[in-house]
Structures are given as structure tokens and as C-alpha cells.
Design a protein around this ligand. Structure first.
Ligand code: NAD
Ligand code: LMR
Length: 329
């Protein structure tokens, strides 16, 4: 018997990530080859026409799993009945713009969207925030959805995770599939900390295998942490296809579970683990099973890692304080 369609709401549907993302969702890569999807697209009024064009193209792909597409410029309608919500629509950072500048520009978008999710999303709603500053935007939305369990709000650091996998695989001369237990800690920003001390390459400790502290400090960490800015510099626009791919990975892993003996990176509401203040939406090593995530416990954090985790978490606390001052939470 055909499965009941899953309703997926995507904001910023006419943007560049939206254009890379929607076709992958409709083809079944987000939720699996046996799960039909209904798309609900949210755009600002000026971009609804462009979203309609994308919807025409989605129709023209004749995806067997695509059960329907509706387009809205109203958040309450767009999130009604949503099982999965991908909050992509935001103002992207452009050349010379600091992330702090984004807080005010974007904060106003995520409050009404949190309220709309609270008002009408399905009971099993899962939210992924992609739009930057993703962690703090997720916090704003979560704070305005008091009836939705806080753990349903997550922000994307999977792109950083994938970037770290790619860099480490090149350095070690192995396939990305041989690397496990990599972690991105903290904020999706240049302060993030990609941690290889618990990672494994072909089941051996990655830091010991690579054995190159100078590379770790001067090459690996800055390359991963500043990759977003490097892409903006090179392309004149922020990453899109890789961001869409990471969003698909994030939701797919959340729904289908992490592999035995591995974990992923997700920005989730802190329960105080690893000294991250409760309530901040910070990236952690996370396992998933049956549609639920858990922070991996008991990892030993060395001094090198501690300083970097604290710096990124400190930035998240500053962002939270800034949006508090703006009255956004
Ligand atoms: P884009 O400018 O191409 O598209 C954004 C779209 O959002 C536009 O079509 C715009 O009309 C729409 N939008 C704006 N306000 C909206 C609202 N209130 N409701 C619905 N839609 C709205 O940008 P993009 O390249 O697609 O990037 C989107 C966001 O994702 C940016 O904030 C970018 O910085 C972020 N991003 C995050 C990551 C990550 O790893 N977390 C990676 C890449 C990009
Ligand atoms: C990225 O990591 O590619 C983006 O978050 C960069 C940005 O600021 O849009």
C-alpha cells in the first residue's frame, strides 16, 4: 500500500539553495524512495512568481513521489500540517558583511515563522534552520514555539561536517567513507571547531594517524571554518548546491538514524552537556535513532579542544544576548 505523503515546508523556495534543494526532496532523496512528499513553499510576495516557475519545473520532472506543490506568501498557511520544515529563506551574507549584521536583518523573519510552526505544524514536526545566522535563527524560532518540544528545532552544521570530511580525506588519502566520528562543535560561523581528536580513519584515531598538529591548527581548522567565506569570495554568492546537499543529509540522518559506531554533527538545544549553557542551539556530536537525536556523552575534551569549543559557544551566548536586547526572544 502506498505510504501517506509527508508534508515538507521549504522557505526561501525561490532562492539559490531552494533551487538546488527542491528537486532532491521531490526525487525522494530526503525521506527515502518509498515516501511520497507534499511540498509547501514559502516566499516573500515579490518572489512568489519565481517560486511558481520552480514549481512548473518540478511538475515537468514527473517525479513519482511528488504528491503536490502549494505556494504561499503567508507563514501560517505554509507551515500548516508540516511534518518537516526547512527554514532556508533569509538574507544571505554578501561580501564585506559581518555575521553580526545579519542578526537584526534576519531575526524578524524567524519569530513569525516560529509562531506559525507553533500554531499549525503537525505533532511530529522536525525543523532544520539553514538561513544564517542559523543557530540563533533556530533559537528565535524555537523560543516562539512553546508548544513544540525544543528538541525539534535544529540548525545546520552538516555542511561544515561534510567540509571537514572532505579536507581530512584529502590529507589522509582515504575515501570519506572511511572516516567516522568527526565533530563540529559550536556555531555555524568562523568560530566553529571541527574536532578530529575523536574521529577515526579506518577505525584508527584520526589525529594520531595524521600526526600533524601544524596542519591541524594552520590548515584544517581555518579551511573548514572559513570555507563559507571562501566560497562567497570565489563565487560572489554563498554556497548553494553543497548547502542543499547537507540539508538533505541532515534530515535524512535525523529520520533514518546514524550508522552503528558513527555519529554526525547537528546544532541542537543544549542540555548543558560539555559545559555548553542549557538552551543554546550549539553543534554537538549526535547519534540519531527512530527520528530522535541524542548528544554523544562521555568524550574526553583536551585543552586544545576546550578553548575552541568555549570560544564558539561564547559567540553563541553573545548572539543570544544580542537578540534578547532586540526583543526577538
Ligand atoms: P537567496 O538569497 O538565493 O535566497 C533566499 C530566499 O529567501 C529568497 O528567494 C528570498 O526571497 C527568500 N526569503 C527572504 N525572506 C523570506 C521570508 N521571510 N520567508 C520566506 N522566504 C524568504 O539565498 P540562499 O543562497 O538560498 O541562502 C539562504 C540562506 O542560507 C542564507 O541565509 C545563507 O547565508 C544560508 N546558508 C546557510 C548555510 C549553512 O550551512 N547553515 C550554508 C549556505 C547558506
Ligand atoms: C556557508 O557556510 O557556506 C554559508 O553559511 C556562508 C554564508 O554566510 O552564507
Amino acid at each position: 500500500m502506498a505510504r501517506t505523503p509527508v508534508t515538507v515546508t521549504v522557505t526561501g523556495a525561490a532562492g539559490q539553495i531552494g533551487y538546488a534543494l527542491l528537486f532532491r526532496i521531490a526525487s525522494g532523496q530526503l525521506l527515502g524512495a518509498d515516501t511520497p512528499v507534499r511540498l509547501r513553499l514559502l516566499e516573500i510576495p515579490q518572489a512568489v512568481k519565481a517560486a511558481e516557475g520552480t514549481a512548473m519545473e518540478l511538475d515537468d520532472c514527473a517525479f513519482p513521489l511528488l504528491d503536490g506543490i502549494d505556494i504561499f506568501d503567508d507563514a501560517t498557511q505554509a507551515f500548516a500540517g508540516a511534518n518537516v520544515a526547512l527554514l532556508v529563506g533569509a538574507r544571505p551574507r554578501t561580501k564585506g558583511m559581518e555575521r553580526g549584521d545579519l542578526l537584526e536583518a534576519n531575526g524578524g523573519i524567524f519569530k513569525p515563522q516560529g509562531e506559525a510552526i507553533n500554531a499549525g505544524a503537525a505533532d511530529d514536526i522536525k525543523v532544520l534552520v539553514v538561513g544564517n545566522p542559523a543557530n540563533t535563527n533556530a533559537l528565535i524560532a524555537q523560543q516562539h514555539a512553546p508548544d513544540v518540544p525544543a528538541e525539534r528545532f535544529t540548525a545546520m552544521t552538516r555542511l561544515d561536517h561534510n567540509r571537514a570530511l572532505a579536507q581530512l580525506s584529502k590529507k589522509a588519502g582515504v575515501s570519506v567513507s572511511e572516516i567516522t566520528k568527526l565533530t563540529i562543535w559550536g556555531n555555524h560561523s568562523a568560530t566553529q571547531y571541527p574536532d578530529v581528536f575523536h574521529a577515526e580513519i579506518a577505525s584508527k584515531n584520526a589525529a594520531e594517524t595524521v600526526n600533524d598538529q601544524a596542519w591541524l591548527e594552520n590548515d584544517f581548522i581555518p579551511t573548514v571554518a572559513k570555507r563559507g567565506a571562501a566560497i562567497i569570495e570565489a563565487r560572489g554568492a554563498s554556497s548553494a548546491a553543497s548547502a542543499a546537499s547537507a540539508a538533505v543529509d541532515h534530515v535524512h540522518t535525523w529520520v533514518n538514524g546514524t550508522a552503528e559506531g558513527d555519529w554526525t554533527s547537528m546544532a541542537v538545544v543544549s542540555d548543558g552537556s560539555y559545559g555548553v549553557p542549557e538552551g543554546l542551539i550549539s553543534s554537538f556530536p549526535v547519534t540519531t535513532k527512530d527520528g530522535r537525536w541524542e548528544i554523544v556523552q562521555g568524550l574526553e575534551i583536551n585543552d586544545f579542544s576546550r578553548a575552541r569549543i568555549d570560544a564558539s559557544v561564547g559567540e553563541l551566548a553573545e548572539e543570544r544576548d544580542a537578540v534578547r536586547k532586540l526583543g526577538l526572544i
